[in-house]
Ligand binder design. Structure first.
Ligand SMILES: Cc1ncc(COP(=O)(O)O)c(C=O)c1O
Length: 464
């Protein structure tokens, strides 16, 4: 039996080129498997929506980025940026690959410790390091990068308590030619603020600066920006050495390499736009070799987040409703929205069909399930006529979504990992009401009476 296809009139684009001299693609990609596992089987077992991670991709990305640097510089360490994705299984995979933990809060610190990461394998960054966390970090031998003056004071106090000099790193902010210039973290280099901080530290004699850190932003498309960053950091390191006699043992250049998500407003697809990881490694390591003194090879720490994990994450979502808007536009409601894809405010995702859908594609809107006007996954996407239950496969979503997702209106769904063996493992179970209400307390005086009494109460007060 053949299914009925609604007739549509569509402008004929045959032979027309877009501004990049490429024919306009009207055919949406079909992705019926993720990491070799059928989307239908995944949904049958774990439901929809569903986050799916590929262990193979995680390890491949790590090794690709790691070897790009390790083949160009003798002492490179990666710090896994927890905030990018702190699901335990994801962190464990990167730690197995040799990454340190790069943490920016007490919560992340607790998470890394609970995972069994020793202090020597931890880098503590971020603008909010509670005193107790700093104390624990010092005792644990953590690499600490100071963000502001009050932290210097806290660390001096801890040094006094312990009666020893504490080695510390300084976070710098600097102009590497990237706009906007991130100036809110660390000490500014160009204004002399960083130099004053060093003098302040030297004056008290409680701390010793042994490393420099900076992070110039995220989704940095210009490898040369890193070269400028490295040159400035190395130069400053030698100024510190000349003045205080402290040799830089590490240079931590933060993260920021882009992933294959497309920034909203970007003309080109990621494939056209993104420099390769080798271009970044070249720029960074060349700058190191050109500025470092012969024989001095401080540890290079790289805190790449999104480039490591984004591609490994995929989200399956299902159509729950179809609509025609008053202006004639086709619209779909799917079961995953900005609650799960927080980064959709900045990035366009690749959306594939999990199954072939007959019929001509038309410009459509993809709405999430929230009863909120902001819940839009894609304002304009060409889709064939979908029906309720049809599945879409959204990628690349591994970076920042499973940390910034919201428990808002909906439960958060299952997250699974496809192991290298092809086995599917649950790495975060879907939430239920007990997860949401575990921390809530209802004062006894507000406890509502049983159902029949409640109906009586509502009738008396005029409610329904
Ligand atoms: C200090 C620090 N390191 C690393 C990262 C990871 O950045 P990305 O995901 O852009 O690689 C961030 C992100 O904001 C950061 O603040």
């Amino acid at each position: 039996m053949r299914t009925y296809e609604k007739p549509v009139i569509q402008a004929l684009r045959s032979g027309l080129m877009n501004k990049f001299a490429a024919a306009t693609a009207t055919q949406r990609q079909i992705r019926s498997t993720i990491a070799g596992v059928s989307v239908d089987d995944l949904v049958e077992q774990y439901g929809s929506p569903l986050f799916v991670y590929s262990e193979r991709t995680l390890r491949r990305q790590f090794r690709t980025i790691q070897s790009a640097f390790a083949t160009r510089y003798p002492d490179v360490t990666f710090g896994w940026s927890y905030k990018t994705n702190y699901l335990k299984a994801i962190c464990a995979i990167f730690h197995q690959e040799g990454a340190m933990a790069e943490l920016v809060s007490k919560m992340e610190y607790d998470k890394a410790k609970a995972l069994g990461i020793p202090g020597k394998q931890i880098i503590l960054n971020g603008p909010h390091k509670p005193f107790e966390t700093l104390q624990a970090a010092v005792q644990d031998g953590v690499t600490i990068n100071i963000d502001h003056l009050d932290e210097i004071e806290d660390l001096e106090l801890i040094a006094t308590q312990l009666d020893r000099i504490i080695p510390v790193g300084l976070r710098l902010n600097l102009d590497a030619g990237i706009q906007p210039c991130w100036s809110r973290f660390g000490f500014n280099l160009e204004s002399g603020q960083a130099k004053s901080a060093v003098q302040r530290i030297a004056g008290s004699g409680k701390l010793r600066v042994n490393g420099l850190h900076s992070h110039i932003g995220t989704y940095i498309l210009d490898p040369n920006a890193y070269a400028r960053q490295v040159e400035k950091m190395v130069q400053f390191g030698y100024e510190i050495e000349a003045q205080q006699g402290w040799r830089m043992e590490y240079l931590d250049i933060g993260g920021g390499f882009p992933s294959r998500s497309r920034l909203k407003g970007a003309y080109h697809a990621a494939d056209v736009l993104l420099p390769s990881i080798d271009e970044y490694a070249d720029a960074i390591c060349d700058a190191l070799w050109q500025t470092l003194q012969p024989g001095h090879t401080p540890k290079l720490i790289v805190e790449s987040g999104r480039a490591m994990v984004d591609e490994a994450g995929t989200l399956i979502t299902s159509v729950c409703g179809t609509k025609r808007l008053p202006n004639g536009t086709r619209a779909y409601v799917v079961d995953a929205g900005v609650n799960l894809l927080f980064t959709s405010f900045w990035y366009h995702f690749q959306v594939a069909l999990a199954q072939p859908v007959p019929g001509a594609a038309e410009p459509s809107v993809l709405y999430g399930p929230l009863c909120m006007n902001i819940d839009v996954i894609d304002e304009q996407i060409s889709l064939p006529p979908l029906s309720r239950g049809d599945r879409l496969v959204i990628s690349t979503v591994g970076a920042y979504n499973n940390t910034q997702w919201l428990q808002f209106i909906e439960y958060r769904p299952n997250v699974v990992l496809v192991a290298e063996s092809g086995d599917v493992e649950l790495i975060r179970a879907a939430e239920d009401l007990t997860d949401l209400e575990r921390r809530e307390h209802l004062p006894p005086r507000l406890a509502l009476p049983s159902n029949s009494n409640l109906t009586h109460l509502l009738t008396q007060t005029g409610g329904q």
